[in-house]
Design a protein around this ligand. Structure first.
Ligand code: PLP
Length: 390
């Protein structure tokens, strides 16, 4: 394939060199981390080192990190009425979610559908804190799930403010930080999160590894998600994915030391991208591009009226540029964006939303290639629209 530009980092990031090296080194270790012999202990060391690195990335204790098979599984583990906190064993009665959560949270974990309540966001994509306070005042023992940054728009949510409201009402706060970690500051204590979800492949580790992190050690899950051999301190049975976990640790260490430089790099590239995008098509709308909304440094979600996202994504692909339409996480199916709907974006514009997401190894050449492709697509669209009008 000729030089392609991969600009779909919110779907997944390429593996970091450090993570690949850790993965390959781990493959050479034969032991099972639960075995007591030297080979087993070597595998255990890799898992525990990775636990420390993942904990350090979010300012947590290693003993509060539980590895899972994905961010999705970590969300599933967190969202249960059976969470015990500070000795409170009565089940959580309700699950409050923002209207823009990832599908793995929207599917509500182990809560019944009747126990869920969705909270609105404003036109800027940020949670309506007044609505949270009102909803939380009506029920006791709630679990609230709020993402730190949205996977489609990149909008950063007011998590610390939400935490204050949730805790004042005796609730528990789960934060899906899958898209945010490694891109913006993500300290579990500063955020006030009781539980935090992470995924290795978004920060340059292997696919198929995640973690649920506790913000305090008096949170317990009496019902494991997977029963069996008692791995991950009884929370998640099954022999650990040692190589994947080792790559997660290495990626976490790299993300932690490079975060600020990488964020500055992505911000500069994105400024060029957005300026070029609107210079070529002044009617193009970039979602949540004005204060008070703050976005991740790497994400641009844009639309042009009359443009179909699926056609645009194929057009970019033919020009050698990988982008996605809204949330491409799941199936390759184009579904109307629940995020833009929640922000009150009209349907015709929603249908045309294309997401461009950058990463640490994105280059100016990638941006120029994207803009070259956009020039062609926007001009073809405008000819087509003139044809229809004539
Ligand atoms: N949460 C968010 C915000 C995501 O964007 C994703 C994946 O795109 C997930 C959770 C799921 O993570 P994983 O792919 O590791 O299951």
């Amino acid at each position: 394939m000729s030089q392609r530009s991969y600009l779909d980092w919110n779907a997944t990031a390429p593996m970091r060199g450090e993570a690949k090296a850790a993965f390959v080194e781990a493959l050479a270790i034969a032991g099972n981390p639960s075995s007591v012999h030297a080979e087993g202990r070597a595998a255990r060391r890799l898992v525990e080192t990775a636990r420390e690195e993942v904990a350090a990335l979010v300012g947590a204790q290693a003993g509060d990190v539980f590895f899972t098979s994905s961010g999705t599984e970590a969300n599933m583990l967190a969202l249960t009425p059976a969470i015990e906190i500070a000795g409170e064993r009565r089940p959580r009665s309700r699950l409050l979610l923002s209207a823009i959560e990832h599908v793995s949270v929207r599917s509500s974990g182990r809560f019944s559908r009747e126990a869920i309540e969705e909270m609105p966001v404003g036109a800027d994509g940020r949670l309506d804190l007044g609505a949270l306070a009102a909803a939380i005042g009506k029920v006791s023992r709630v679990l609230v799930s709020l993402m730190l940054a949205n996977n489609e728009t990149g909008v950063i949510e007011p998590v610390a403010e939400a935490a204050a409201i949730v805790h004042a009402a005796g609730g528990v706060l789960h934060v899906d930080a899958v898209q945010a970690v490694g891109r913006i500051a993500c300290d579990i204590k500063t955020l006030g999160a009781d539980l935090l979800t992470l995924s290795a492949h978004k920060i340059g580790g292997a696919k198929g590894v995640g973690a649920l992190v506790r913000g305090r050690d008096d949170i317990h899950f009496p019902e494991p998600l997977i029963r069996g051999g008692g791995q991950e301190r009884g929370l998640r049975a099954g022999t650990e994915n040692v190589a994947g976990i080792a790559s997660f640790g290495a990626a976490a260490a790299a993300a932690r030391s490079n975060r600020q430089a990488e964020a500055a790099h992505m911000t500069a590239l994105r400024q060029r991208l957005e300026a070029g995008l609107q210079a070529i098509a002044p009617r193009a709308v970039i979602f949540a591009d004005a204060p008070p909304a703050e976005r991740l440094p790497n994400t641009t979600l844009f639309a042009l009226e009359g443009m179909k996202a699926e056609t645009a994504v194929i057009g970019f692909d033919l020009e050698g540029v990988a982008v996605s339409s809204g949330a491409a996480c799941s199936s390759g199916k184009v579904q109307p964006s629940h995020v833009l709907a929640a922000m009150g974006v009209p349907a015709p514009l929603r249908r045309g939303a294309v997401r461009v997401s950058l990463g640490w190894s994105s280059t100016e050449a990638d941006i120029e290639k994207f803009l070259g492709a956009w020039r062609k697509l926007a001009s073809a669209l405008s000819k087509e629209q003139r044809g229809i009008a004539a």
